[in-house]
Design a binder for this molecule. Structure first.
Ligand SMILES: *Cc1c(COP(=O)(O)O)cnc(C)c1O
Length: 341
């Protein structure tokens, strides 16, 4: 299919409307078949559950072109099951996991012209989401829901090279113990906006959130999990029930162990021990890994040995290996690469 005339290398991470999106409706206790539509707008009742009580969850993944010209998505089964977990926690009906993958496939196929060519670094970002659509005024779950999948082409995450970030330890909390930190819900982002806007105003790229109960342990940022590297090249990632289980992080831990032969450990990480690590990075779908050069904790600077000029050698190798797997230059573990044909 002919590609759209887009300057792929210079796209930013913003919304650009594409031709088609998928919509399915839940009513009287059942999901309908769903369909593709050209209408990018949604008309909702003024009292819809999502508008009054924020009953909405989402996912994020990407379609891209591999070295042999195939259009693929990465481990969509994990997005499907994570969205099911998110929905259950907010008393929403689960969109069936097999149907989720079908809906993503249909939407990507319908927007094939927007899947960036191989080698541009750009991707077609895919956003599945669902929300309570029927009116709710007394506090309870909505009766009706809508599931949608939209796509938007986005540019390479690191234009002109990867530069390490400076982040701060924030006094705001992201998620309470036994709260909703482990699900991908809009509500976790609404409350993070003030923290991120003030972090940016003070010159920091992101916030490091600590555990809300003791404020001694590392959780994550607003939208990415942490990875640390020890002096003897072990990969460490924080363990907590209030961290969002990043698919990128789970994939990187597997790659570190099985492709690079590194020791990996998921455990509680205390802020006090962070200065002992030699590399630090953030992981998520968009950037895979973004390096952290410096963490500022109320004036105290924690500077990693990898410095402020480039990503450290261990995280660089790890990122490169996962990207090689994703783009088809290295053989992927069974089931990781889902071809759209
Ligand atoms: C989406 C998200 C991540 C990253 O998850 P991936 O599946 O790797 O994209 C990390 N933290 C939070 C809070 C998130 O919402």
């Amino acid at each position: 299919m002919e590609k759209k005339n887009i300057d792929w290398e210079n796209l930013d991470f913003g919304y650009r409307q594409t031709d088609k999106r998928f919509v399915a409706n839940y009513k009287d206790g059942a999901w309908d078949e769903g369909t593709l539509t050209e209408d990018a707008n949604i008309v909702l009742n003024e009292c819809a559950g999502v508008l009054q009580y924020a009953q909405t969850v989402f996912e994020g993944l990407k379609a891209y072109t591999t070295v042999d010209g195939k259009v693929v998505i990465f481990r969509p089964d994990l997005n499907a099951s994570r969205m099911a977990d998110s929905a259950r926690r907010l008393e929403m009906p689960v969109y069936p996991e097999d149907k989720f993958i079908e809906a993503v496939e249909k939407t990507v196929k319908a927007n094939f012209a927007y899947v960036p060519p191989y080698g541009t670094g750009a991707t077609l970002y895919i956003r599945p989401y669902m929300f309570g659509s029927s009116p709710v005024i007394g506090v309870k779950p909505a009766q009706e829901y809508q599931f949608r999948v939209l796509t938007t082409p986005v540019g390479p995450y690191f234009k002109g090279g990867v530069k390490p970030l400076t982040i701060r330890v924030t006094d705001f909390d992201r998620a309470a113990p036994h709260g909703t930190g482990h699900i991908k819900a809009g509500l976790n982002y609404a409350m993070s906006l003030h923290a991120i806007v003030t972090a940016h105003e003070e010159g920091y790229a992101e916030n490091m959130y600590l555990d809300a109960a003791t404020r001694t342990k590392v959780e994550e940022t607003g939208g990415a999990n942490f990875l640390f590297v020890t002096k003897d090249n072990k990969i460490v990632t924080p363990k907590s029930d209030s961290i969002l289980p990043s698919i990128t992080r789970r994939s990187l831990m597997y790659v570190a162990e099985h492709y690079l032969g590194l020791e990996v450990e998921q455990r509680e990480v205390y802020l006090d021990e962070v200065p002992n690590f030699v590399e630090c990075g953030l992981c998520g779908t968009a950037a895979v890994i973004s390096p952290i050069g410096k963490i500022v904790d109320h004036g105290r600077e924690i500077c990693f040995a990898s410095g402020m000029d480039e990503m450290g050698p261990v995280l660089s190798k790890l990122r490169e290996t996962l990207v090689d797997i994703q783009e088809g230059r290295i053989e992927a573990p069974e089931g990781w690469i889902h071809v759209i044909e």
